[in-house]
Design a protein around this ligand. Sequence first.
Ligand code: ADP
Ligand code: MG
Length: 429
Amino acid sequence: MTTFEELHVTQKIVNVLKEEGIVTATDIQEKTIPLVHEGKDVIGISRTGSGKTAAFGVPLLEKMNIGKGVQGLVLAPTRELANQISIELRKWGHSIGVTVATIFGGVAMDPQIRAIQRSEVIVATPGRMLDHLMRGNVNLSKVAFFVLDEADKMVEMGFIEDIEKILSATPSQKQILLFGATISNEVDDIRSRHMHNVVVAETELHVQKDLLEQYYYNVNTNEKFSLLVHLLKQEKTGRVIIFCSKRSTVELVNKNLRNHGIKAEMLHGKMSQNKRLTVIERFNKGKTDYLVASSVAARGLDIKDVTHVFNYDLSKDPQEYVHRVGRTARAGESGKAITLLSPQDHGCFHAIFNRYDIDAHELQAGSVPRLKFEVQQQRNSFGDRGNSYHGNNGGGYNPRRRSFGDGPSARHPRHGENSHSRFGSRTER
Ligand code: ADP
Ligand code: MG
């Protein structure tokens, strides 16, 4: 256990961290803070929730000369993330007089221009940053520290050209820090073109098994929703994120949860900027306990105290599973990840098992009352094939054989084990 003092972090920042209950460094912080102090270009790879913001943020803040213009630039893929990073940097930076400007689209330019003028650090999304640059609102000629957070996500979102343009407006002599939970080949291009003396600091990317319990249910597609509601009521949940791979599913699940008396809120990329920020704030403040989200919208965000992550369905990209389940069991807290696996998800789940050494246990749903799931305005509802189901009798996923769809295995659905009574009144035929 290394303390921040031992990492030679400025005492004033150490004190602020202590007030937040942060005393010993995480692995990635322990590895990267000394490298940044030494002036190295760093690629830091570690799981979501492992404290990457402080890993680059603290040493960056320490290097700022107050009142000498913008010297630190942090780019992040989404507005929410830029906002979150700024909040943290501001908190730490305040203790040593560093001012941080937050720059993202969807809001007025003028206040941002004023903020840029009095700041040493800018945290920005690439699009709006480039906008300011093109309009001559910002001078990046003194940038000595350039951070790309969630770099692979930015590349994935098509920001690579914007990033290149922004990079070219900065001096060639600077320190580049590149962070993420994964680093793709495209990101390697940035490395080869712009980085020197690179040190790669990688900590275990995989799921933190000791703190994260992972479960899955084999279930038919049209039974997923009923099972989800059942589990939400049965499990002792605190804050819950329900991930769906498509925006349309996010909308449907959210609407149906609300129809069934669960006050969920949703988060997806097509929502307005303000709406997204409001939803995240409400969730973080505990005003809502159920967030139905697309993975992209929730990537990299520090949402605290999530007790459960549900995968309503799976994304084709196996990495996404790690990102999603990484929303819980953060910073030493334990958490549960529960995947609802219908036949369509078997391929994706198989890929996840192949790629990551995950430790997920199958659970049996038992008897779950069938709930109405509205697909469109009052039309086409599922749930008209009887009012309960008893597990999925064939073709479930079996990780031991690393296979799926091969008929009944040793699973014995325990009929009626989970009581109907808790929400039997909502059962629909
Ligand atoms: P990442 O960027 O790796 O996903 P964050 O920087 O968002 O992770 O940090 C996740 C959470 O962990 C935050 O709430 C942060 O305050 C907390 N945290 C960061 N560093 C530490 C630490 N050394 N000890 C305890 N908690 C920490
Ligand atoms: Mg982060």
